[in-house]
Design a protein around this ligand. Sequence first.
Ligand SMILES: [Zn+2]
Length: 204
Amino acid sequence: MEEIKQIPNGPVQGNTYVIGEGESCYIIDPGYDYQRIIQYVKSKYKFVKAILLTHGHFDHCGAVDEVASFFNCKTYMNLEDMVFIDSPTKKSQSPILGMTIKLETPILSLDDFNDDNIIVLNTPGHSKGSVCFWFKKEKALFSGDTLFSVDIGRVDLPGGSMKEMTESLKLLKTLPDDLKVYPGHEETTTLGKEKRTNMYLSRI
Ligand SMILES: [Zn+2]
């Protein structure tokens, strides 16, 4: 029996998600409160299959070092968003001052991630490397800061683009209505409801 847990955390209340089945789980966007995330995960699961990041903003990956080292697991992201992360594996410093976060954990490319149950959708617009994770069996879409309940993510930050966001929303519109949407901030929704009530989706 699979289970999805939402853990809102941090000053900007980013949603961390834990998607478990049996003895193992995935963690999406460990943003801030690593003690709470670790406490919850270790009370329910024996191991973590991987940490998956919807994008590279600090409020989505701020707790990666603590969580990845505690569970000894790999972390995957679309590497376009490495511009937001200062990491020892990078040769030069990240160029976007004021928006970067320092992480020691090696960040691996989602191109090398493989799970038959998970479709990675490239959805740039909020950032170049923004993705959504579609968990097929769970009928769940983890939409990061691309799609929110009756809203969408900001496109005015570095790497953001309304044009790309529009294309990404068009792609999300092709997915089934009964998908439950788990956004990077605030409450969950369904794709069917967003197609009807979210003006950003309904007008394209
Ligand atoms: Zn963001």
